[in-house]
Design a protein around this ligand. Structure first.
Ligand SMILES: Nc1ncnc2c1ncn2[C@@H]1O[C@H](COP(=O)(O)OP(=O)(O)OP(=O)(O)O)[C@@H](O)[C@H]1O
Ligand SMILES: [Mg+2]
Length: 293
């Protein structure tokens, strides 16, 4: 199991010493990731599948608003904040692990609310979009509290529940960033949601839901599918949906999540769901990397 640290305080700027400590830390990880990056690029090279280009070209374009991205902490978009480099490291290691294991579906959860699942999901998805030959899909599966559309500044994006029940088509449900000067890749499809589903666990357990999600993977020919999930200790949704992902990240809120809570999530998920890593987000002061088994 790998631990990732993501440190960022909710301030406009990092202090000078914080910035250099962060950069030092990232540089250490980056050196290691650089070697993996080469292998990943080689693995992805030549894999683009033009036969799926049709459906991708039908996905709705959404605008890229630079200042809103910064405001909503989508730090891998403008890359102004040095912490964005942590996501490059995370991305590289993830692709390496997935390609080694032959996996593609990744759940992102946390023990409780507000630990930064959506922050990690969106930033990781954008970091992945910069791999030209990697088709990434991000689905907002936090059905009781959908928030990916909100951080992108989008309203009226439609209902993921309706899509899962078979009432909406892929091309009406998924969108992608319009051409943009930030070079956010066009091979990232976003499945957004603006409708709360009170019976989320039941919906996520239905065979129709499994079939719809498989259809997305196949028709969009996805290399990686990220699911922004609900908190695992709050309801059954994450367990109900666990057969749909090959591995899971647990986002731990720095200063809030306890090691016991992380272990409890792992216990509930059981041995069948491999843990891809624990991401310690928003760490303050001395950081611990000792979460784990
Ligand atoms: N590293 C960070 N630094 C500063 N603020 C952060 C960081 N990560 C997340 N936040 C902020 O904390 C709040 C919660 O983050 P986010 O919505 O990503 O959490 P979540 O786990 O998805 O929450 P929920 O359980 O409600 O879905 C947001 O306002 C977000 O902007
Ligand atoms: Mg969220």
């Amino acid at each position: 199991m790998v631990d990732y640290i993501l440190r960022r305080n909710r301030r406009d700027r990092l202090e000078k010493d914080e910035r250099s400590r962060l950069l030092e830390r990232v540089a250490r990880h980056a050196a290691e990731a650089e070697a993996q990056e080469k292998a990943v690029r080689a693995a992805l090279r030549g894999e683009a599948a033009p036969q799926q280009a049709d459906l991708w070209s039908k996905l709705r374009d959404i605008p890229v608003n630079e200042s809103l991205m910064d405001e909503n902490l989508i730090i891998t978009a403008t890359r102004h904040d040095p912490a964005h480099a942590t996501f490059d490291v995370l991305r590289t290691r993830l692709v390496q692990t997935l390609s080694d294991k032959g996996w593609r579906r990744v759940g992102i959860t946390s023990p409780t609310r507000d630990c930064g699942k959506t922050f990690v999901s969106v930033n990781l998805a954008i970091a992945l979009s910069r791999y030209e030959n990697c088709r990434t899909v991000l689905m907002d599966m936090d059905m009781r509290n959908p928030s990916v559309a909100g951080v992108l500044g989008l309203n009226d994006v439609g209902s993921m529940g309706a899509f899962l029940r078979g009432d909406r088509r892929i091309e009406d449900t998924f969108c992608r960033f319009a051409e943009n000067k930030l070079k956010i890749g066009r091979q990232l499809a976003l499945g957004l949601n603006d409708k709360i589903e009170p019976y989320a666990a039941e919906l996520l357990q239905k065979p129709e839901t499994t079939a719809r999600i498989k259809e997305v993977e196949e028709k969009l020919d996805a290399n990686i599918v990220l699911y922004d999930l609900p908190p695992a200790l709050a309801q059954d949704d994450v367990i109900a949906f666990s057969r749909m992902y090959d591995g899971v990240f647990i986002v731990a809120g720095g200063g809030t999540t306890t090691a016991h809570e992380v272990r409890e999530v792992m216990r509930r998920l059981g041995d069948d769901v491999p843990l891809l890593g624990v991401i310690l987000n928003r760490a303050e002061g001395q950081m611990t990397e000792e979460y784990g088994y």
